[in-house]
Design a binder for this molecule. Structure first.
Ligand code: AMP
Ligand code: GLY
Length: 425
């Protein structure tokens, strides 16, 4: 590894700000760029306003700055093959290549692996025609889960209580609400508890990252529309050694074997979205990146240098790295723009951010923000992440809420009940 590396992080959300913050603590960094970044990354890195899906332009810039390592945050460039493209041009990059990224890019790709390798998942059917889907649904038990096949930015999943709701979902998907839909997935509803399980991989070996639980629904009590994530906590209350062993043996190892048998390697973070029923894991979905807001929640717990981890993955020597964690309980609350995930207003000024007195265990990660003439404005539905570490989830939550109240942003709203299953039971 070079000392004093030049790093470029690709992405602009809370996840990328937390990656930026974590690697800024490394002694091996000389400069960080963030493409395109937000008002938070701008405090630690140089933001570069470039379309991250225009790989040629991205490459040209990375060559110009003589980048030592690129870290890709979001799924879209991964699924579109940014890693293959940069590697072909001799750029070191942390993240999976295009084919293994299909684990997130195509639900049918993942389901077919589950079938072939006996990975526990919800029973499913894959359909290509509306009529066949509806015929199948007429004879199904409800609730049932209906999913668009491709990337749908956390949307594109319907839990339908009856045939008429299911028909509406099928119509929306085939009518192109989430882009052209060639395939649709109909899935058994699993009535368990969710958990986000993360590993990091170098193509030969993998190490566990922390677990987390996120809250995807917009309203308290996990009600209402799905969002990108309203908050999270880590570690998950469901994890235990027995469950961890089952997840590795029944889900992670067969998946990595499947990728290997395709002649591919998995490098980067892998995020398994699981449903746990009676201490048994079922795979709901894979993501080929860190979760957002799970990343913001987990990284403040990391003791090991993140640059060492990412670099070791690129060099296929992760086995030499010992990943260490703090013992605290981490909890993140997302402050959103009023109206999210439906219509909301951008460009609302956020005062008071500089006035907040943060302790060593408090973190504010920007998501949808931008800086103009030294002032911060909102620039998205999910605006700021408030993360706090302490000896209990309850006090971490109280602290995060206190900071949000101190900020007192008029256009914001947030869920006060993040972690309710573990705190308020
Ligand atoms: P996904 O985008 O696949 O993570 O799905 C979004 C959300 O829908 C998940 O976080 C779950 O809450 C729910 N979900 C997806 N598939 C199922 C299933 N088979 N059974 C129950 N809930 C599901
Ligand atoms: N928090 C869910 C996700 O990142 O997909």
């Amino acid at each position: 590894m070079y000392l004093y590396m030049i790093i470029c992080i690709i992405g602009s959300g809370g996840r990328e700000h937390s990656i930026c913050k974590t690697i800024s603590l490394s002694s091996k960094i000389s400069k960080i760029y963030c493409m395109p970044g937000n008002a938070g990354t701008q405090l630690l890195a140089e933001n570069i306003e470039l379309d991250i899906n225009d790989f040629e332009k991205v490459l040209k810039f990375l060559k110009k700055i003589k980048v030592d390592l690129v870290i890709v945050g979001p799924e879209k460039p991964l699924v579109n093959g940014i890693v293959d493209y940069l590697e072909k041009n001799n750029i070191k990059v942390f993240g999976p290549r295009k084919i293994p990224s299909q684990l997130e890019g195509s639900k049918t790709f993942t389901k077919n692996i589950c079938k072939k390798y006996n990975i526990p998942t919800a029973n499913f059917g894959i359909f290509e025609k509306k009529e066949n889907t509806l015929d199948f649904l007429k004879n199904s038990k409800f609730p049932i889960v209906i999913k668009a096949d491709g990337l749908a930015a956390g949307k594109g999943v319907y839990i339908s209580k009856n045939f008429s709701e299911a028909k509406e979902a099928v119509d929306e998907i085939f009518d192109g609400k989430f882009g052209e839909a060639k395939k649709i997935l109909v899935e058994e509803f699993l009535n368990g508890e969710e958990m986000s399980f993360f590993i990091v991989c170098d193509g030969k070996n993998f190490k566990l990252f922390k677990t987390a639980q996120d809250h995807k629904r917009v309203n308290e009590g996990d009600e209402g529309k799905n969002t990108g994530g309203m908050g999270a906590y880590s570690p998950s209350g469901l994890i235990n050694k027995d469950l961890e062993n089952k997840i590795i043996k029944k889900i992670i190892l067969p998946t990595l074997k499947a990728i290997e048998e395709m002649g591919e390697k998995y490098k980067g973070f892998l995020y398994a979205g699981l449903m746990i029923l009676n201490n048994e894991p079922f795979l709901i979905e894979y993501n080929v990146r860190m979760g957002d807001p799970e990343c913001q929640t987990i990284l403040p717990l990391l003791k090991t240098d993140l640059i060492d981890i990412c670099d070791a993955c690129c060099n296929e020597n992760l086995e030499n790295i010992n990943i260490e964690w703090k013992e605290e309980k981490s909890l993140c609350i997302v402050l959103c723009s009023q109206g999210y995930p439906e219509k909301f207003t951008n460009n609302v000024k956020i005062d008071n951010l500089n006035k907040l007195q943060l302790n060593i265990n408090d973190f504010i990660f920007h998501a949808g923000t931008k800086k103009e003439k030294n002032e911060i404005f909102s620039n998205g539905g999910r605006v700021l992440n408030f993360v706090s570490l302490s000896s209990s989830f309850k006090s971490s939550r109280e602290r995060a809420i206190k900071l949000i109240n101190q900020l007192n942003w008029g256009n914001g709203f947030f869920r006060k009940d993040i972690g309710f299953k573990i705190i308020d039971k």
